[in-house]
Every structure is written in C-alpha cells, then in structure tokens.
Design a protein around this ligand. Structure first.
Ligand SMILES: [Fe+2]
Ligand SMILES: [Fe+2]
Length: 268
C-alpha cells in the first residue's frame, strides 16, 4: 500500500533570521522570571532537536521499510530545521553564540548512549509507536511552552513555537498512519507496549540518566507535566489508532494548561 508522509512546508529564513534580535521592550514586559526560565528551557530543547540526526543514522544502519524511510527523510528535515530555529531563538534570548552551541553539541555527542532504551526498539512497530509516543508528548509540551514562553518575545519567536507545535503534531500523525498501514495486526500489542514506554520513562526520570538519543527525552522533565500526562497522551495515541475513545477536551486542555500550585507557569 502506498503511503506518503505529510509535511508542513515553511522556510526558516522567512520566519527568523540568523542575526535575529529581541527588542528590550519584550524583556521588560514579559512576566517575572519568564526570560530566565525560557533561556534554561532552550538550553536543553535546542540540543534535543539535534539528537534527531543520531536517531536517523541509527535507524538507517539497523534497516527500515521503504515507507518508514520516506517518512524519516521528511521527519529529519523538519527536526534539523527545528534545531536551527531554536539555535536562532536561543542566541537572540541569551546571547550564547553559535560557536558555543557547536561546542556544546559536540560534547553531548560524546555522551550518547542508546543502551538504556535499546531493548524497547525490538521491531519497526515498536519504533514507530515510540516515535508516536515522543511526538505527541512534544506536541503538547511545545504547546504549553508557546503559551508560557515563546509568545512573550515577539512575532518571530512566537511563530517558531507555532511551527514546532504543528510539525510535532504532524510527526505523531505520520507515525500513527504508518502503524495503521503496515502493522494492523499489531494493534492488539499497542496498550502493553505503551505501558512499557511509560515505565521506562519514569525509571529514566528517577535515575536522571538522559541518553541524548531523541527517544524518551521528556524523561528529564517529568516534574514539568501533570501526573496523568502519560496516561492521557497514551489514550490519545490509542484513539488515533482507532482502539480507544479520545480523552475529553477538558483533559486534553489540561495537558498544556496545567501548572504546579502557586506558579504562573511551569518552572524549568
Ligand atoms: Fe522537533
Ligand atoms: Fe518531531
């Protein structure tokens, strides 16, 4: 069956330039502590996007179906665009130079370790489901970050946030479509496989071991999500695959509007 991954088309340079600056007014009018927290957030998110290249290379060595390969090529193009876009945002916000970011990216590459999750990547079905799991998590977490951080620093930065939300949502949808097209007989395994991802992510969060391999990269910030975040996103995945009802709108909204008690935004 021919299946073509969908891709949102946008060019980075038309949204934000390499030398983009944020007018001082935005820093003055942003709510207290928002700039500092946004800077900390970007210092992590920039590099998580770059991890996509590692995962792509790892998957290609391992071998993937032609349909998955077609999707991965578009996916990588998007993720590397996110990396470049977040570098521009991070530089504008913090003054950290591109050369400093290059050095940081190299240092992180030395520490990569896929071992803590490798046993989850047993077959293409599991890999696609893990991709869907990660991408739906990213969709809601960027949606929250757009509302809490990106929108306070001018049109270009806000538009980057909007593109991130849309692209990650499309990546989720593409992974789900491939599961439906290529592995319909595995739908019975979805619930148990997702449960394994959830358990592993919580283990990784406890041990603080971030492995820089793209998958389960939200393990490092479990405290930034409501306690039922995984349960709800897992239900969204199952609903997208036609094997569960969609969570209520109220529960979906809470995924990105939740804040810890007494906080105006989710601290980073
Ligand atoms: Fe991304
Ligand atoms: Fe993505």
């Amino acid at each position: 069956m021919a299946i073509t991954a969908k891709q949102n088309h946008w060019t980075l340079d038309s949204v934000i330039g390499l030398d983009h600056t944020i007018a001082p007014d935005y820093f003055r009018s942003a709510p207290a502590q928002v700039a500092e927290n946004f800077e900390r957030l970007l210092s992590r998110d920039v590099f998580s996007e770059a991890d996509a290249q590692f995962l792509y290379d790892w998957l290609l060595v391992r071998g993937v179906s032609p349909e998955f390969r077609q999707m991965l090529d578009r996916w990588l193009e998007d993720e590397l665009k996110h990396y470049q876009g977040l570098r521009r945002c991070y530089r504008a916000l913090s003054g950290v130079t591109y050369a400093e970011m290059d050095r940081e990216a190299q240092a992180r590459a030395q520490q990569r370790n896929i071992a803590p999750i490798e046993d989850l990547l047993v077959d293409e079905f599991s890999i696609l489901l893990l991709l869907a799991y990660d991408e739906i998590g990213s969709t809601y977490s960027y949606r929250r970050d757009l509302a809490e951080f990106y929108r306070h620093f001018g049109k270009a930065i806000a538009r980057i946030g909007q593109h991130l939300v849309r692209d990650e949502g499309q990546h989720f949808s593409n992974a789900a479509e491939l599961i439906l097209a290529l592995y319909p007989e595995r739908l019975k395994d979805v619930e148990a496989t997702l449960a394994k991802f959830d358990v592993r992510e919580k283990q990784l969060a406890r041990t603080g071991s971030y492995h820089g391999t793209f998958f389960l990269d939200h393990a490092q910030e479990q405290a930034r999500f409501p306690s039922d975040f995984n349960a709800i996103t897992m239900q969204v995945i199952q609903a997208r695959l036609g094997i569960a009802a969609m969570p209520s709108q109220e529960r979906l909204t809470r995924l990105w509007q939740w804040k810890p008690a007494g906080c105006e935004f989710v601290p980073v």
